[in-house]
Design a protein around this ligand. Structure first.
Ligand code: FAD
Ligand code: DLZ
Ligand code: SF4
Length: 511
């Protein structure tokens, strides 16, 4: 019985469960649909990357002899939705069943679960086994959620995968080398040259389409040079492991003006769309460690991000959806300031991180967490608006990974479901980990007065404002002891500065 095999834009893996048993007569369907391109106004680079990667993946399948039906965005009759395209394809090819891998996002999974009724043919929805922790296993591990800690999950995943294990014990005697991942970048440190992948004819066509259809979306398209094929993605991974991984561990938390990538892998978009598998990324890093080409703190740090954080975040998303999207434990309601879209702000750290996000659809983890996210938390920005911003602006953003990072990690909007305390920091942290403050009109050492760094007074205003909810948290004891010891006039001055600063934030809501 020949069947239709729809492959979604983030399912570009030849080993995908829905492609594992292709039969003669089966047709793979891939479709560029307006619904997906516009349900949020994605960064132009994200759409271009994904459409190009989809077109190249379809071509690779075709070269293998697989029958692929690819519907471009401007194809005549394109219905604009996944369901519409599956209906049209079933009719076009007279097929009598559908095989699909479960969707990454709750919204789309709901749609797939409705297909059997809508389409009137049998629909086989298969698990996405590219993830290393099945959803049921995560739920069983999470239990009632009271001890939902990434570190515990990560240790289970190390045992489960056998990565960096010496029998029952972690290689090197420690599970976690996080404390050795926090060095600021030495001045003048040279960065290795990255390989670039200039657009081929397929990518040029996509870039023109995106300019025409989505040219008014956030972001820039020029100098597009990211990998878009499986072969290029494997080359980029190889380069990372050889050239950047050895220093990735030590400088994971560092930020340098004008250097968006540093020693980061820049692989998230390739992993999230399926061109690279998480397991093969870890195994490439482990092989480098085995050969003595990369130190343990770097390899452990990288493996932890992937089998730890990435899998954990995905588990949280499916466990908590759909109500997770609306969490707002700290009652934050301030609209997102316009400068998140323009970068026009005097806070140099924010201007740099937003500018790089606009240019590259990328910012590394500490920029997302401790500069941009920290600002959103301290300023009390509305979690729904913050979620949307993060979903729009990054080329690796899908709701399953964006949402827990925003709701749980940066905004504490889930009341600390998995983060034991809010990731709040004053300007001192940003100054320690970056060189941004050197070129800022504000003075990072000052807490009060016109020149005081806004992160300083916003930090203490946040603590004072949320004392009712946070003071009893054991991990906040020292912070509140410091606040209590502070001169009351200084606290009052800082809170007044915070009020003035927040009241002046322009927010039109348009972008
Ligand atoms: P590296 O620093 O080289 O890390 C290696 C890999 O580890 C990444 O490629 C990624 O696959 C994984 N990883 C690391 N941290 C996380 C994490 N917290 N959650 C999930 N995976 C992780 N990542 C996304 O892939 N998509 C998102 O939409 C996204 N939104 C985020 C929003 C916020 C507020 C924050 C704080 C983090 C977010 N992250 C997101 C996680 C992380 O910032 C990015 O994965 C990372 O910056 C991607 O760059 P890289 O590939 O160079 O990562
Ligand atoms: C992000 C995205 C965009 C912009 N466009 C498409 C598309 O046209 N066709 C497609 O199959 N996928 C697209 N995607 C990725 C989907 O949003 C992603 O596959 C789902 O959200 C996963 O649940
Ligand atoms: Fe950011 Fe404050 Fe440093 Fe300016 S002084 S770059 S606002 S942390």
């Amino acid at each position: 019985m020949p069947r239709l095999r729809p492959v979604l834009g983030d399912q570009l893996s030849r080993s995908l469960s829905s492609l594992s048993d292709l039969q003669r007569g089966d047709v793979v369907l891939m479709a560029e649909v307006a619904d997906e391109a516009t349900y949020v106004r994605h960064h132009q680079r994200k759409i271009a990357f994904l459409f190009s990667a989809m077109r190249h993946f379809a071509a690779d399948l075709g070269a293998e002899g697989v029958s692929v039906d690819y519907v471009t965005l401007d194809a005549a009759g394109n219905s604009g939705s996944f369901t519409g395209e599956v209906q049209r394809a079933l009719a076009r090819h007279a097929l009598d069943g559908v095989v699909v891998t479960e969707a990454g996002e709750w919204r789309v999974q709901q749609m797939l679960e409705g297909w059997q009724d809508t389409l009137g043919v049998p629909v086989d929805i298969r698990p996405d086994d590219r993830f290393l922790c099945p959803r049921d296993d995560f739920d069983a591990m999470a239990g009632d959620g009271r001890a939902l800690l990434m570190e515990n999950f990560y240790r289970r995943m190390r045992r489960h995968t056998g990565y960096l294990m010496d029998g029952e014990h972690p290689v090197g005697g420690r599970w976690n080398y996080d404390a050795e991942n926090r060095e600021p970048m030495p001045a003048g440190m040279a960065m290795p040259d990255r390989p670039t992948y200039p657009p081929d004819a397929t990518t040029e066509e996509v870039l023109a389409l995106v300019r025409e259809r989505f040219g008014n979306h956030f972001g820039r398209l020029d100098a597009f040079d990211y990998p878009v094929t499986r072969k290029q993605a494997k080359g980029y991974l190889r380069w990372f492991v050889q050239e950047a991984l050895p220093s990735f561990g030590s400088y994971q938390d560092a930020m340098v003006e004008g250097q968006p990538l540093l020693f980061h892998s820049h692989l998230s978009a390739l992993i999230n769309c399926g061109l690279l598998l998480p397991a093969e990324c870890c195994e490439a890093a482990l092989a480098a460690y085995g050969k003595g080409d990369a130190p343990l703190n770097a390899v452990e740090g990288f493996v932890r991000q992937i089998i730890g954080w990435r899998e954990f975040i995905r588990g949280i998303y499916w466990r908590e959806m759909p109500s997770y999207a609306a969490r707002n434990a700290l009652g934050a309601h301030r609209p997102l300031p316009d400068f998140f879209w323009t970068g026009a702000t005097e806070l140099n750290c924010m201007a740099q991180c937003i500018g790089e996000t606009r240019d590259n659809a990328y910012a590394h983890h500490i920029q997302r967490l401790m500069v941009l996210g920290n600002f959103c938390l301290l300023a009390g920005l509305d979690p729904r608006q913050v979620q949307e911003w993060y979903l729009v602006v990054y080329h690796d953003a899908y709701e399953w990974v964006e949402m827990p990072n925003v709701v749980g990690m940066i905004l504490h909007a889930d009341d600390g479901l998995f983060a034991t305390k809010p990731y709040a920091a004053s300007g001192n942290y940003i100054n320690r980990m970056s060189d941004y403050c050197e070129n800022c009109r504000y003075d990072v050492k000052q807490r009060t007065g016109d020149d005081a760094c806004p992160f300083n007074y916003l930090y203490w205003d946040f603590m004072a404002r949320n004392a009712g909810r946070l003071r009893d948290n054991r991990r906040m004891t020292r912070t509140y002891a410091t606040l209590d010891r502070m001169d009351k006039t200084v606290v009052a001055d800082m809170r007044a500065s915070a009020r003035t600063f927040l009241a002046a934030l322009p927010s039109s809501g348009d972008y």
